[in-house]
Design a protein around this ligand. Structure first.
Ligand code: DLL
Length: 441
């Protein structure tokens, strides 16, 4: 692997950072954290007010553990300061903005200085390389371009790594398949649900993507399962690798799995500090316990984030990894705590239903949960697609078996309906797993 630290030369592995002993990594984090707190306090009214209200000053941070004394930040804080009031630099130093779709209320807007964009490109290059991409590869980028961070994030990272990037964006699946083949892409960047959509359409058209040059899938932006990984590996003839990120912190490339182990995402601790808290009390949890991931940026200029509550549920591990990287691993994110449905008092995550479905033969990995209101009670349904080889005469029996298992394993009544192949909507980006048909109050 080549080694270079210059931002201007293509590089893909920085052993001096990626394999840094954990005590030196902690020292680097402390130094960068002190600077970040001072920068946020001096330049963002919101942070100054929140720190003052909590009775803490940046100088009070003498160790990494002291961070727990600082207030948490939530998505609503960004909404309340729409569009630019959380920025820590004058607006004319912000060279790019992205924004969340804002289906409820105002979108959240995030900004980057030129140096932030450079750091992001480096971390995405590092993430793609960690996943198995190499300089010289043809990288087909099917993440959506636009306000979503996926498209441009993977684009700049692919270029920085030294790949030839096809800026395809999402949708137009027939064309994706033609270009994947004609250009000979080795790396596919997409949401896992959209990658599955591509695999399925290629098979239907008689195109053998699995036998071609495609070898690496860099899939993220939504929760997915080991069962889906096995399916993507097999149907596309690749090694599918998980990548994580969120706009409020940077975009894709906050963490990535390595192709060696594929057992949790290396969180890039030279640029971010990861904590897991109890989502109810807000208290930090010991290493290894499951809870809500909280991230603090260590090098961001335009939008420093202090203890941002991601809502993502996971566990951290510092067990050694076969790849030699020392950075913490974020274990597979199973869902968000705001995804949680409460059905007649039972807490249910969509990923739990998916985990039950995975055990069944005869169904395809396409499903949607439907929440309705009957009288004053919420009800849950699942529309699950049958595999092409399943006979229609077996649908009712299969549906009843799945319903029975959901009831006994999760404790919730779920009306399961088997759909014919192709009837569950396919994703072009992030899959919609829950259709909420409750009346809007
Ligand atoms: O989804 C950034 C991204 C783009 C990540 C491309 C990976 C690849 P947002 O649109 O702000 O940013 O959504 C962030 O998506 O808090 C998680 O809930 C979810 N998410 C992202 N990656 C994963 C993943 C991008 N690998 C939100 N597994 C996050 C599970 C994920 N959930």
């Amino acid at each position: 692997m080549s080694v270079s630290t210059s931002a201007n030369t293509p590089f893909h592995f920085q052993p001096e950072f990626e394999t840094m002993p954990r005590d030196r990594l902690a020292a680097l984090q402390l130094e960068r954290l002190q600077k970040t707190l001072a920068h946020a306090y001096a330049n963002v009214d919101h942070f100054r007010q929140r720190f003052d209200a909590a009775g803490v000053k940046p100088d009070d941070l003498k160790s990494l553990e002291d961070l727990a004394r600082f207030p948490l930040t939530v998505k609503d804080d960004l909404r309340a300061h729409y569009p630019f009031k959380m920025f820590a630099v004058p607006r004319d130093q912000v060279v790019r903005v992205h924004a969340s779709s804002g289906t409820t209320g105002k979108p959240t807007v995030v900004g980057y200085t030129r140096e932030d964009i450079d750091t992001w490109a480096n971390l995405m290059a590092r993430s793609i390389a960690c996943a198995g991409g190499r300089p010289g590869d043809i990288l087909h980028n099917a993440y959506g371009y636009g306000l979503f961070t996926g498209g441009l994030g993977a684009h700049y990272g692919g270029e920085r790594l030294g790949c030839t990037v096809t800026p395809m964006s999402g949708g137009n699946t027939e064309k994706q398949i033609v270009l994947l083949q004609d250009f000979g892409a080795r790396v596919l960047c997409a949401t896992p649900s959209y990658a599955l959509n591509i695999a399925e359409m290629a098979e239907a058209e008689g195109v053998d993507l699995a036998g071609g040059p495609l070898k690496v899938g860099v899939f993220g932006a939504e929760p997915w399962s080991e069962a889906m990984r096995a399916e993507l590996d097999q149907r596309l003839g690749i090694r599918a690798v998980d990548i994580y990120g969120l706009s409020e912190i940077m975009g894709p490339g906050v963490a990535a799995e390595c192709c060696e182990e594929r057992a949790g995402l290396h969180g890039w601790e030279d640029h971010f500090l990861f904590e897991v808290i109890d989502p109810d009390s807000g208290e930090p949890l010991p290493l290894g316990e499951a809870g809500e991931l909280v991230i603090t940026t260590l090098t961001k200029q335009a939008l420093p984030m202090i203890r941002y509550r991601t809502r993502d549920i996971t566990r951290l591990s510092t067990d050694p990894c076969a790849c030699g990287r020392s950075h913490v691993r974020i274990l597979r994110i199973t869902g968000r705590n705001d995804d949680m449905l409460i059905i007649r008092g039972v807490n249910v995550y969509p990923s739990q239903i998916e985990a039950v479905m995975v055990g069944f033969e005869g169904i395809a990995p396409h499903y949607q949960l439907v929440v309705k209101r009957e009288g004053t009670m919420d009800t849950l349904g699942a529309e699950i697609e049958a595999a092409p080889e399943t006979a229609a005469a077996d649908y009712a029996r299969l549906a009843s078996e799945i319903r029975h298992h959901i009831k006994s394993l999760i404790g919730v009544t779920c009306a399961v309906e088997l759909k014919a192949p192709g009837e569950v909507p396919r994703s072009q980006g992030k899959a919609v797993r829950v259709r909420d048909e409750r009346p809007k109050s």
